[in-house]
Ligand binder design. Structure first.
Ligand SMILES: *Cc1c(COP(=O)(O)O)cnc(C)c1O
Length: 405
């Protein structure tokens, strides 16, 4: 064995020893309210398939038609020969949906976040004469953290404020107010994925205005989920159209497939088409994927009923799980953290629940603070009342058996 492989094996063994090794469970069906694991049906409470569009007839039809008409893929990046009217139409639809002038597609939101910071803060001519500053929420998604790692230290100062701590953020902005920064940027997730809590966008919009900063919001868990029309955290907070840069995914509520975007002003998007490296050096989205996402957005614009159904299901599940005696983090998001404390309890609960027909994942240290191990249940519009009831019955049975309630 090569020396490096010995080291990797040691690392892998360590992951298994601290119970942070990630196991994958093959699903033998489409993603839905219920899935097949080894032929047996399980109620799915772990997917980001908030609206059930991953297996929606209309969305699948759009994908199938695009596949038949435009083929499997473009075999090109966008600017060489990888753009179809479908891509342009989807970019317009996304922009309209999230309340910006334009948008640009990426192969994922991870790629979009990797692209953004380095493109905007490193590139323009003459750095050395100026610096930018980024203010970032401590619990921002890994892709934002990695995206910010790609900026040059000489050109960009990075400051981290405590989770949703707008007082600390304001202190930083005010400390820096007289410094000659070129761009000031506040960077936050719209909805945070561990707890399903929401960034205080009203306050952030206000701070951005007062301190002449740009506001960047990654709303992967917000689009299709929060706000009356499912248009995201900005809509939920009453500031739709007032966020400068919005990133999002096509892999969660908006079709459950793959793909991401950056939405912003016309000039920002035009600039990113020139300078975003994961855009200019990486393949364009397959037509079927673009068509499915477009169909998803059109579907919501025509009738936000799935968003309403998601809200009703979430309310029901939250109420019922609370009545069983479980502690959850209060809120309205379909991410429902069921708090258990010890990692071993979370592990045992998720194993036993799978046996009892419920697919739900546990999170523990270091993903969440020590002593705050939990199951993260995610409700979907695809769930029938019967499926939710079956899940709740299993929670009750397993919870009693393991002494969690
Ligand atoms: C899921 C998620 C991403 C990654 O999206 P992909 O399109 O799957 O790459 C980025 N940011 C946040 C906040 C997310 O929740």
């Amino acid at each position: 064995m090569r020396e490096i492989e010995g080291l990797l094996e040691t690392e892998i063994a360590a992951l298994k020893a601290n119970k942070t090794y990630k196991y994958e469970t093959p699903l033998e069906s489409a993603q839905g309210g219920e899935v097949a694991v080894g032929e047996h049906p399980r109620v799915m409470l772990a997917a980001n398939n908030y609206l059930g569009l991953a297996d929606h007839p209309e969305v699948k039809r759009a994908a199938r038609e695009a596949l038949d008409r435009y083929g499997n893929g473009m075999a090109s990046v966008r600017f060489i020969c990888g753009t179809q009217p479908l891509h342009l139409e989807l970019e317009k639809a996304i922009a309209e949906f999230v309340g910006t002038e334009d948008s640009i597609l990426f192969s994922s939101c991870f790629a979009a976040n990797l692209a953004f910071f380095q493109a905007v803060t490193n590139e323009p001519l003459g750095y050395g004469e100026w610096q930018d500053v980024l203010y970032s929420d401590k619990l921002n998604h890994a892709s934002i953290i990695d995206g910010q790692r790609l900026v040059r230290r000489q050109s960009t100062v990075k400051r981290i404020y405590d989770h949703c701590d707008t007082a600390e953020l304001e202190e930083m902005l005010s400390e820096d107010a007289e410094k000659p920064y070129r761009v000031r940027m506040i960077v936050t997730d719209g909805v945070f994925s561990m707890e399903g809590d929401q960034a205080p966008l009203e306050t952030l919009v206000d701070l951005a205005r007062r301190y002449d900063a740009l506001l960047f919001v990654d709303d992967c868990h917000g689009h299709g989920v929060v706000g009356a029309g499912g248009r995201g955290t900005a809509e939920a907070c009453g500031v739709l159209g007032e966020v400068d840069v919005v990133t999002g995914t096509l892999g969660k509520a908006l079709s459950g497939s793959v793909g991401g975007f950056i939405a912003g002003s016309r000039v920002m998007v035009e600039y990113l088409r020139q300078k975003a490296r994961p855009y200019t050096f990486s393949n364009s989205l397959p037509p079927a994927v673009a068509a499915a996402a477009l169909a998803s957005i059109r579907l919501l614009q025509r009738d936000p009923a799935p968003v309403e159904r998601l809200r009703e299901n979430t309310l029901y599940f939250r109420e019922q799980i609370g009545e069983l005696g479980f502690t959850t983090i209060p809120g309205e998001h379909p991410i429902v953290p069921v708090m258990l404390g010890e990692a071993s309890l979370a592990m045992d609960m998720s194993t036993r629940l799978l046996e009892q027909g419920v697919y739900v994942k546990g999170l523990w240290f270091p993903v969440v603070p020590p002593g705050e191990a939990r199951l993260r249940a995610q409700v979907s519009a695809a769930h029938t009342r019967d499926q939710l009831d079956r899940a709740l019955t299993a929670f009750e049975r397993v919870g009693r058996e393991l002494g969690a309630i």
